[in-house]
Structure formats: C-alpha cells, structure tokens
Ligand binder design. Structure first.
Ligand SMILES: Nc1ncnc2c1ncn2[C@@H]1O[C@H](COP(=O)(O)OP(=O)(O)OP(=O)(O)O)[C@@H](O)[C@H]1O
Length: 365
C-alpha cells in the first residue's frame, strides 16, 4: 500500500524535466524529494498527486493505476510554497472549505469539530475569526497546512511549504509538521532544496538532479552511504568538504595524499582500497580546531570567515589554495587572517572515484 511511480518522463517543450523516474513510497513513509532548483521536484510532485500527467510512465495508488485520474477524484491534499488561502473568508472558513466542497457530506457539527481540532494542532484557535490579511505569514501558512490536513486524505504532498517563512518559524513548523503528518498513516511527499528539512523530518529521501533520481532510500542509509559525490556534497548539513586526493605507495606504506601536508596512512585498508585518484569527502563537523581525539591529522590553515550560527560557529579556512568548512559546536571568535591548526578525523572519510564520481570506499562502517 502506498504510492508508486514507474518510468515517468515529462518534458516542457523539448526540455526534459523528468527522465525515467521510478520510485515506491510505502504507507507511513515521509519522503523528501531533495534537490537544487530546477531538479524536477515540483514536476514530480504534481505528477504524483495528479495535477499534471506524465508524457510516459504510470502512477499507482495502493496498487491501482491512477495515471489518468484527475486530482479532484483522488484522495489527496497539496500544500504549496505560496500561502494559498481565500482572502474573503475567515481562517475558520478557509480551513472548513475543503470539507464543504468534498463529495463526502459532512454535518455542521462534524465540520466544526474537525476545523477546531486542526486549528488547535496548528496553534490557530485564537485567530479563527480573522481574515488572512489580518494574520502573520506563519499563521497564513499554518492555515494552508490545516486545510490540507482537515480532509483526512490518504496522501499529502507539500511543495517547499516553509520557503516563505523566517528562520525561527521554519524551525518551529518543521518539528510540528513531522509529528502532525506522520500521525496520519498514509504517505507524505515533501519537496525541498534544504538538506536540513530532509534530516529533521523524513524517513526516506530521494535526491534529484537534472530530472533524474540519483539515489532513493532510507534517510540514514543515504546520509551514511551517498552513492556519488553529487549526493554526498548536496545531502549534508552542514557542508561536506570535497577535495582531490591520490592513493599511492610511499616507502612500503599506502597513503591517501590530500596535500603536501595532509597524508593519511591507509595501509590497514590495502586489501580493499585500490591505488588511484579520488575525491575525498569529510563533513564539516569531523574537522576540529583542537586535538579532540587520537590519530587526528593536523594541518595549518588561515581563517577566511567565521560565522556564528546560533550556538555553533562555522569557520571557512584556507589550506594550500583550498577552502575547508569547519563546524565548531561552540561560539568562537576568530579574526580573519588568523593562522590556526585544523584537525581532521581520518576515520570519517568518504572516497569517491574521481572518474566515475561513485562512492568507492569509506574509512568507517
Ligand atoms: N510549466 C513549465 N513550463 C516550462 N518549463 C517548466 C515548467 N515547469 C517546470 N519547468 C522546467 O522543468 C524543470 C524542472 O522544474 P521543477 O519546477 O520541477 O524543479 P524544482 O526542482 O521543483 O525546482 P524549484 O525548487 O525551483 O521549484 C526546470 O528546468 C524548469 O525550468
């Protein structure tokens, strides 16, 4: 039971927006469609929910082919990036509207109970009598979400619903959405360009690029085993640093050489790690500014930028022509130009083949 799409193709004029996309989404799953702008997320979402039809391919709901069933005949709800509400209706009437137009007849008492319940869940009880122009951006978007939830649909589709909200509201709603949506039983599909949305809400993630799904799987599996450097570099929060490196033999030992100063002894992996050219990935929180553990690799760097992010500090440092991002889990002040020592954890490396860009090896399980 759930949603499945098979071999979906869609072009706008001659430009392909989706190329041979197949994926299956189980009931209870919260899937993020993750990717940069133009990757095809909105197009896929619209085809999944029935607003648009694919040029080729099929869409199944619970095993039945619904490719040609229009959206109004499907039991689905969609939340858009823009706050779509009726300006001439109160917040109460906005939330009630899907029930009033639904094929299923609802009694007045039933509508009232459902509106108040969803308003309560989304913190809108105090503004039910207001009009959309009289409430905040966050409340407008909550109203749009309440309208999507009030109908008890099998599937909910959301297209960057937090994009127009400020940072604090986004954080708040992220937490709430996860629990609100996953309590519904059906499947949730959520398009976003933000890795943090995927990490904080979803059970599964599909990474899209140029109309293709490059990887789809359980959240932790994709995060820990990005199939290619594209997935690793995009699906990381904060950044994954990517650097060129070679695996070579130097005096009977095998080294992963990143720069003149950074050479990591990988002799222990000699049976599984081939000589050659790699792209090495390391997440920003596996680089430190203090000797935090054993066997760390120290290198010198110059601070180019220090940005405070709440209780963290993100440092951009330059080492032999390359910029690294270091996430410090503390508030720290570094004047620009400060020379520091950075410590790299060699047991947290992803090695991608430089020619194929596919994950070739990890220095951890
Ligand atoms: N109605 C349309 N007419 C023409 N081209 C379109 C149309 N809709 C989408 N496209 C093109 O299809 C491709 C995929 O667009 P889509 O909106 O699905 O991407 P997206 O990943 O959702 O991006 P965003 O995050 O910016 O919404 C893009 O190249 C886009 O320009």
């Amino acid at each position: 039971m759930g949603i499945a799409v098979f071999n979906i193709e869609k072009s706008y004029e001659a430009t392909p927006a989706l190329r041979d996309v197949s994926m299956e989404i189980e009931d209870g799953a919260f899937v993020t469609l993750l990717g940069a702008t133009g990757a095809g997320k909105t197009t896929l979402l619209r085809i999944m929910c029935g607003i648009d039809r694919p040029d080729k391919g099929r869409v199944h709901y619970d095993g039945a082919d619904v490719t040609r069933v229009p959206v109004r005949k499907r039991n689905v709800a969609m939340v858009y990036q823009e706050f779509v509400n009726y300006p001439s209706m109160t917040i109460y009437e906005n939330i009630a509207s899907p029930l009033r137009v639904s094929k299923t007849r609802h009694t007045k008492a039933d509508i009232d109970q459902k509106v108040r319940h969803n308003a309560e869940l989304l913190g809108l009880t105090g503004v039910l009598g207001h009009y959309p122009e009289e409430v905040s951006g966050g409340q407008k978007q909550r109203t749009a979400i309440a309208r999507a939830l009030v109908k008890d649909t099998r599937f909910v589709f959301l297209d960057e619903p937090l994009a127009n909200l400020d940072y604090k509201l986004r954080e708040e709603l992220r937490g709430e959405l996860k629990s609100l949506l996953t309590h519904k039983g059906g499947a949730v599909v959520y398009a976003t360009p933000e890795p943090v949305d995927a990490l904080s809400m979803s059970t599964h993630v599909a990474y899209l690029q140029d109309g293709r799904v490059l990887q789809y799987g359980a959240l932790q599996d994709v995060y820990r085993n990005p199939a290619s450097v594209e997935v690793g570099a995009y699906f990381s929060y904060p950044t994954m640093n990517i650097m060129e490196a070679d695996v070579t033999t130097e005096q009977d030992r095998i080294f992963l050489r990143i720069s003149e100063e950074i050479a990591i002894d990988v002799t222990q992996f000699r049976d599984r790690l081939a000589h050659g050219q790699y792209l090495v990935g390391i997440r920003a929180y596996n680089l430190y500014t203090a000797q935090k553990g054993e066997n760390l690799i120290a290198f010198s760097a110059t601070v180019e930028l220090a940005e405070e992010l709440g209780s963290d500090t993100e440092l951009h440092v330059r080492h032999q022509g390359q910029v690294f991002v270091v996430l410090m889990q503390e508030v720290a002040r570094f004047p620009i130009g400060t020379q520091i020592t950075v410590y790299l954890d060699p047991s947290r490396l992803f090695l991608f083949d430089r020619a194929t860009r596919q994950l070739a090896f990890k220095t951890f399980a």
